[in-house]
Design a protein around this ligand. Structure first.
Ligand SMILES: O=C(O)CCC(=O)C(=O)O
Length: 382
């Protein structure tokens, strides 16, 4: 199982006495788009770079969708600009995308969100999207740190925006939703227009004219947590891409095929990167076995910047990352915080965390209610 190779282990005291250090995780096979010259020969051969012309801002007269057929300049892996994806043959506002021979339909856009935009989505994810009073906000089933296994698995939590997903039966319900945020809808539509410009053999990556992000799952991954191998196939519109934004700590992400038996490829996802699962990758098995403890400084606060009180509260599990003994998280009343306190709060939450926002279109038709209607059908877990 490929997850085993990358997940974070913590030794029990007994094991630590016998073998105090674990071998370092071997990252050789992980595709790394920020350091192209670090990739193996085999990985370098499968990486293809596509330069996507930037779309005009929305307020210009040409609709972004009208540019869907714009020309893309594709270059094979052998002519990659090694070591950086910023200085090359593209205009400064063009966007770089990578596709991969052997992983048809997986599109990675490294650094497509700049630092300011990353800050904005981290802040919203912590302060708004994670608010159980508005969006279903679920604590992982393994919320208690297991004492019976040597593998340390801090709990994940996640929030669902738009149509709720019923995890047990793997279905959506048309009558259960929370409002899908307008700003996230706009951004996802723009990003889907970028995705639609990437040409692939045998399938179209996206249909921006009819795309609607109707559900977003916001995953909050503390360092040490992981997401097991799964497919996302409950949506009716699998011809539309699953759009996935990475924020905060980096992750090792595995993408396979429609068969669980096939060995997946490993990719490093960093803050600001976007992955689009299109074509065959839209229905492929994938997982996130490892979160690295490397949150960029512009998204968090260092030890030196923390006050004594904040340090104490961090120990008392107040900042999202660790549950209390009964598996719950310390409730934090954000309504009484000043703007400055809120700013510090989200940055403290991000200290050892990755946030992943992934959006899907669920139904084929337009669903205006999910963008403006009052929340309905809340279940008891809000
Ligand atoms: O962590 C990621 O980047 C992917 C998350 C994912 O696979 C999911 O939410 O279904």
């Amino acid at each position: 199982m490929a997850e085993k190779k990358y997940k974070l282990y913590e030794l029990s005291r007994r094991e630590a006495r016998r073998q105090p250090t674990l071998p370092e995780t071997d990252m050789t096979d992980v595709v790394d788009l920020r350091h192209l010259d670090h990739n193996t020969e085999a990985n370098t051969r499968m990486i293809h770079k596509v330069v996507v012309p930037a779309l005009r801002p929305r307020n210009e007269s040409v609709s972004p969708h009208a540019e869907t057929n714009a020309r893309c300049r594709a270059t094979a892996g052998s002519s990659l600009n090694r070591g950086s994806f910023s200085a090359d043959d593209r205009a400064s506002d063009d966007v770089v995308c990578y596709t991969f021979a052997g992983v048809p339909g997986l599109l990675l856009f490294p650094g497509v969100l700049n630092a300011e935009e990353q800050q904005r989505w981290c802040k919203e994810s912590i302060l708004e999207f994670g608010d159980s009073a508005v969006h279903p906000n679920i604590i992982s089933t393994h919320a208690k740190t297991p004492h019976t296994t040597t593998c340390y698995q801090p709990p994940m939590r996640w929030a669902t925006l738009g149509y709720n997903y019923e995890w047990t039966n793997k279905v959506y319900h048309r009558d259960r939703f929370s409002p899908f945020p307008a700003s996230l809808r706009r951004r996802m539509c723009d990003l889907v227009s970028l995705v639609a410009q990437v040409k692939q053999d045998g399938f179209c990556c996206a249909y921006p004219e009819v795309y609607e992000p109707q559900t977003a799952i916001v995953n909050y991954y503390p360092v040490g947590s992981m997401m097991m191998c799964h497919q996302d196939i409950s949506e009716e519109t699998l011809e539309q891409p699953l759009m996935s934004l990475s924020l905060g700590c980096s992750a090792i992400f595995l993408m396979g095929t429609q068969s669980r038996e096939d060995a997946p490829y490993a990719f490093m996802l960093r803050s600001g990167d976007m992955a689009a699962f299109t074509g065959p990758s839209r229905t492929a098995f994938h997982s996130t076995p490892r979160i690295l403890d490397d949150c960029p400084s512009y998204l968090t606060l260092s030890d030196e910047e923390m006050t004594q009180v904040e340090k104490q509260r961090y120990q008392q599990h107040a900042y999202f990352a660790h549950p209390t003994a009964d598996g719950s998280f310390v409730p934090v009343d954000k309504t009484v915080m000043t703007a400055e306190e809120k700013e510090r709060y989200w940055r403290l939450c991000m200290r050892h965390m990755r946030v992943n926002i992934n959006a899907r279109q669920v139904y084929g038709e337009r669903c205006e209610a999910v963008f403006g209607g009052a929340p309905v059908g809340r279940n008891g877990r809000l």
